[in-house]
Design a protein around this ligand. Sequence first.
Ligand SMILES: NC(=O)c1ccc[n+]([C@@H]2O[C@H](COP(=O)([O-])OP(=O)(O)OC[C@H]3O[C@@H](n4cnc5c(N)ncnc54)[C@H](OP(=O)(O)O)[C@@H]3O)[C@@H](O)[C@H]2O)c1
Length: 236
Amino acid sequence: MNILVLGGSGGIGHAMVNKLRETYPEATIHATYKHHQPDTGRGDGVIWHRLDITLEEEIKQLSQNIPQLDWLINCIGMLHTEDKGPEKSVQALDGDFFLHNIKLNTLPSIMLAKHFEPTLKRSTSARFAVISAKVGSISDNRLGGWYSYRASKAALNMFLKTLSIEWQRTMKHCVVLALHPGTTDTRLSKPFQQNVPKEKLFTPKYVAQCLVSIIANATPAQTGTFLAYDGIELPW
Ligand SMILES: NC(=O)c1ccc[n+]([C@@H]2O[C@H](COP(=O)([O-])OP(=O)(O)OC[C@H]3O[C@@H](n4cnc5c(N)ncnc54)[C@H](OP(=O)(O)O)[C@@H]3O)[C@@H](O)[C@H]2O)c1
């Protein structure tokens, strides 16, 4: 089995890489990082690739460097930058910040599907799984706020649903999933953890265990669904 984890240097992504290594020691695991290649020790069996996901040419190059692939798991995303966080009001909206959210939360999965489609087509057990977020659910939105992040994840969800419909026709064996990890203790959620009850703030290790199990057990009948870490189907 050949697996690619995009964002293998992130909080959730790195835990996913570790869980996959443990569960599938025979698998070839590729993982990407942008800034720092995680130190997982020598001979860890992980093939690391440096990737800037905002550059389509680099995604295309990566797809050409990985000739065989069964599972693609995208864990890249952003919620805040060094000087800007999610908006509390419409007055806080900033076009560049909105577009930055789209560039990291929406466009990557679109470009990954475009460039890895031929490779995934050759697999008999293909999975295209993306870490989305429950706040991207339109029907579940009761609190408001976080305009750019919500919109970028809602657009991601629409893309994944649409992709699942096309691939149901052209890649019957492939399962497309949008996954919600729950609030997880990573760099991304750090500034927003103060009001999260202790038992609702998950470790990346726990989340990776839940998500790997969902991906492994998913059937083609589940393609185009939005699933939480506990396997519950979420409304779009
Ligand atoms: N944590 C939560 O509570 C939570 C809740 C709901 C959904 N999510 C979603 O889960 C996913 C993973 O989040 P996380 O909490 O693990 O975040 P994280 O620890 O901040 O990891 C983000 C990852 O994205 C990569 N990345 C950022 N910019 C990139 C670029 N231009 N090119 C390539 N890679 C880039 C980072 O690489 P480097 O480290 O190498 O820069 C890192 O691997 C995100 O989609 C997030 O929206 C998280």
